[in-house]
Structure formats: structure tokens, C-alpha cells
Design a protein around this ligand. Structure first.
Ligand SMILES: NC(=O)c1ccc[n+]([C@@H]2O[C@H](COP(=O)([O-])OP(=O)(O)OC[C@H]3O[C@@H](n4cnc5c(N)ncnc54)[C@H](OP(=O)(O)O)[C@@H]3O)[C@@H](O)[C@H]2O)c1
Length: 374
């Protein structure tokens, strides 16, 4: 395992050079990997493993669109696609990729098929870490580990097809066979990870829940909404407020930050932007730090997991969720965003190449519509 220096701290990392696909294939050659669930991670992980020459089957409930999708993707009923219980029985490694709520509901069925020597694989530390709430307590004679790709299953597949790889964390909760380490790393490589970094179940779920509630989605939407509203209250148009809040960030800055880091971005912007950003970032850090601390506590004390389990198990969950999502979708900011996105040249197929005045009028009207929303 390579030890790499991350900003002065040494960490263990598994790279593809050190653990090539051929080694993963060797480790997994006598295994049947049963991917249970074909939602978002399921297709990415199952298809990548299949293309990597691993013996993979899918377990999915029948008579659903998801079952049909698995068939469309090349899995064959009775050969590589089965009802969940049959796949559980056939698999030697059970990749438990149902939604976190469904994992709780299906646990008694899964448990029945965890015979000695099998492995139970997760892509999240949720079920095991919060086992007092989920009831997921595996028998002692099976391996239990996780590989958590740091991104959507869609990106995992897309990047694999491009010859790239998403990074993933891996962790071992239980090593019953003495082979948990080679099994989990082999799976990590087989599902298409670019490299793997080591963690444990608790750290994986605490950082994941904090991240998605924080800068990845919750905090960033909050900051977008606050800045957008201030600009609107001060008389700026929706298109201007949206462009200065979101569009410039996603279209221009973030691809550069992804490539080179924010330190580079600060060194390579206008002197005016640079002065302002240097003066203000610490104020934002200090203003938000207490909220992040509160968030971490809420994760660590199990409040966030309980809330997620409770809300997902309510009968009217879907309707309530739809109403919340509609509120966001209908907000002026994201409606303005829709029009701004439609004006991107790459989103204007025929129109993009047309230069006649009627087409220009359409563009102008779209821009005006954006400015008059709300
Ligand atoms: N989403 C991601 O990209 C991502 C990223 C990293 C880690 N993870 C982790 O990966 C795991 C899977 O997440 P996911 O987002 O891929 O899951 P998901 O899309 O929410 O899971 C959907 C799957 O669960 C099945 N399902 C739902 N309720 C069921 C029930 N009551 N009985 C039987 N099957 C049921 C669905 O079948 P039907 O279609 O028939 O309902 C479908 O196969 C989770 O632990 C998640 O935290 C996800």
C-alpha cells in the first residue's frame, strides 16, 4: 500500500499500479458478486464489474422499471439477473446497494443468506454505524466491508467508459475469513475506482452526511440563496443575480478549481477579485463554522440518521418530498437558472448557428423572460 503525503499528513492509498485489475480478477475468480439493487450505484458498479471480467449477478425485484432497465443493460433473467432472494442465495459477496431505507426493510431476508465465509459489502457506513436505529447487525462469521465511490453511480460508469476512475474510500468492519482486505480492495478496483483511500465505517458515514448537508449541497444552496436574495433586494435583475451567484461559478471557476485548486484560482484572477476574496473568505469561514459544528454534532449523535429513517418511512413521504422539491424548483433563482442555461450556446442546437433576426428575437425574449420572472 502506498503512503502518500496529503498536505503534511501521511495516509494509506491503494492505486491501480499497485493493485492492477489482473490482481482483482485473480482474487475474485471464484466469487459470485451479487449486486442487490439496481438504482444509482447498482448499475455503475455491476456494469463496471461485468466489463472488468468479474462474475457478477444482479438481484432486483421483478415487475419494476428497474428490472427492465437491468435487462436493457444486458443482464439476463435466470442467468445474471434474479429476484433479490435468489441472488442473495447465489452470491458469495453480497453488494447491498438498495436505498438506505430499503436496506433496513430487507435486512431479515439478507441475514438469512449470510452463511459463513460470505462477504457483506456496502457503499455507505450508514446501516452498520447506526445499527441501533437500522437493526443491521451481521453475523460474526462473514466479512463486512465497504467501498464508497465518492460520487454518483452515473459518474462512476461514465468515467469508467472514458478510461478514468472516480476515487473511493474503503473500510473493513469485520474480517472473518482473513481475506477481507484483498476482497475489498479487489472489489474497489473492479467497480472502477481510480484509487482507494482507507477509512472506517463511522468516519465514512460521518464525513459523508456532513459533506452532503454541508458544502456539497445544503450549505452551498443556502449561500446561493442568501447572495441571490441580497442582489435581488438591491435591485439587480434575476439574470444578473443568477450569473454572479451560480453561472460564473459552475461554468468558469469550478472547472478551473477542479483542475488547479482554489489557491491557484486566487493567484490567477483579477487584482480586484483577488483583494476582495482574500479579505472576505475568513469572514465567511467564521460565520459558518458554528453551523458546521452543529451539523457534525447532529450527525455524530445520530439525530440526522434518525430523521432520515423516520421521514423515509412515513406513508406520505413521497408527497411531502415532492412539495419540498417543487418549492426549490419553482423558486425564482432556479427558474432564472433554467433560462440562463437555455441561453448557453451549446444548449441551442439549431438556433446556435442561426443568425437571422427572428432567432435573435427569440433569444432576446428568453433573456427578458428570465429578467421578469417573479
Ligand atoms: N446514489 C449514489 O450515487 C451513491 C453514492 C455513493 C454511495 N451510495 C450508497 O449506495 C447505496 C445504494 O444507493 P443508491 O442511491 O444507488 O440507491 P437507490 O437508487 O435509492 O436504490 C434503489 C434500489 O433499491 C430498490 N428498492 C427500494 N425500495 C425497495 C424495497 N422496499 N424492496 C426492494 N427493493 C427496493 C429499488 O428497486 P425498485 O426500483 O424496484 O424500487 C432499486 O433497485 C446506498 O447505501 C447509498 O448510500 C449511493
Amino acid at each position: 500500500m502506498a503512503k502518500l503525503n496529503f498536505g503534511g499528513v501521511e495516509e494509506n492509498v491503494v492505486t491501480r499500479e499497485e493493485f492492477p485489475l489482473s490482481k482483482a480478477q485473480e482474487v475474485l475468480k471464484n466469487e459470485t458478486v451479487a449486486v442487490i439493487g439496481y438504482g444509482v450505484q447498482g448499475p455503475g458498479q455491476a456494469l463496471n464489474q461485468k466489463d472488468n471480467g468479474i462474475n457478477v449477478i444482479v438481484g432486483q425485484r421483478k415487475n419494476s422499471k428497474t428490472w427492465d432497465k437491468a435487462i436493457k443493460d444486458g443482464f439476463v433473467p435466470g442467468e445474471t439477473l434474479f429476484e433479490i432472494e435468489e441472488a442473495l442465495q447465489r452470491g458469495t459477496i453480497i453488494c447491498y446497494l438498495l436505498s438506505d431505507a430499503a436496506q433496513i426493510a430487507l435486512w431479515p431476508t439478507v441475514q438469512k443468506h449470510l452463511t459463513p465465509g460470505k462477504a457483506l459489502y456496502f457503499s455507505h457506513g450508514f446501516g452498520i454505524t447506526f445499527n441501533e436505529q437500522t437493526g443491521i447487525v451481521p453475523p460474526k462469521d462473514v466479512d463486512v466491508f465497504l467501498v464508497a465511490p465518492k460520487g454518483s453511480g452515473t459518474s462512476l460508469r461514465r468515467m469508467f467508459l472514458q478510461g478514468r476512475g472516480l476515487n473511493s474510500s474503503y473500510a473493513i468492519f469485520q474480517d472473518a475469513t482473513g481475506k477481507a482486505k484483498e476482497r475489498v480492495v479487489a472489489l474497489g478496483i473492479a467497480v472502477g475506482s481510480g484509487y482507494l483511500f482507507e477509512t472506517d465505517f463511522k468516519k465514512e458515514v460521518y464525513s459523508d452526511l456532513t459533506g452532503e448537508r454541508g458544502t456539497l449541497m445544503g450549505a452551498i444552496q443556502g449561500i446561493f440563496a442568501a447572495q441571490y436574495q441580497v442582489l435581488r433586494d438591491k435591485g439587480h435583475t434575476p439574470s444578473e443575480a443568477f450569473n454572479e451567484t451560480v453561472e460564473e461559478l459552475t461554468q468558469s471557476l469550478m472547472p478551473l478549481v477542479a483542475e488547479n485548486g482554489m489557491d491557484w484560482m486566487y493567484a490567477n484572477c483579477s487584482t480586484t477579485a483577488q483583494r476582495g476574496a482574500l479579505d472576505w473568505w475568513k469572514k465567511f469561514r467564521d460565520a459558518t463554522a458554528p453551523v458546521f459544528k452543529e451539523l457534525y454534532e447532529s450527525v455524530a449523535t445520530g439525530k440526522e440518521s434518525q430523521r432520515s429513517i423516520d421521514s423515509n418511512s412515513q406513508a406520505d413521504y413521497r408527497e411531502k418530498l415532492d412539495a419540498e422539491l417543487k418549492e426549490l424548483r419553482d423558486s425564482e433563482m432556479w427558474q432564472a437558472g433554467k433560462t440562463v442555461r437555455s441561453l448557453r450556446p451549446e444548449n441551442q442546437s439549431v438556433e446556435a448557428s442561426a443568425t437571422d433576426s427572428s432567432t435573435k428575437d427569440v433569444f432576446r425574449q428568453q433573456a427578458l423572460k428570465a429578467e421578469s420572472v417573479g
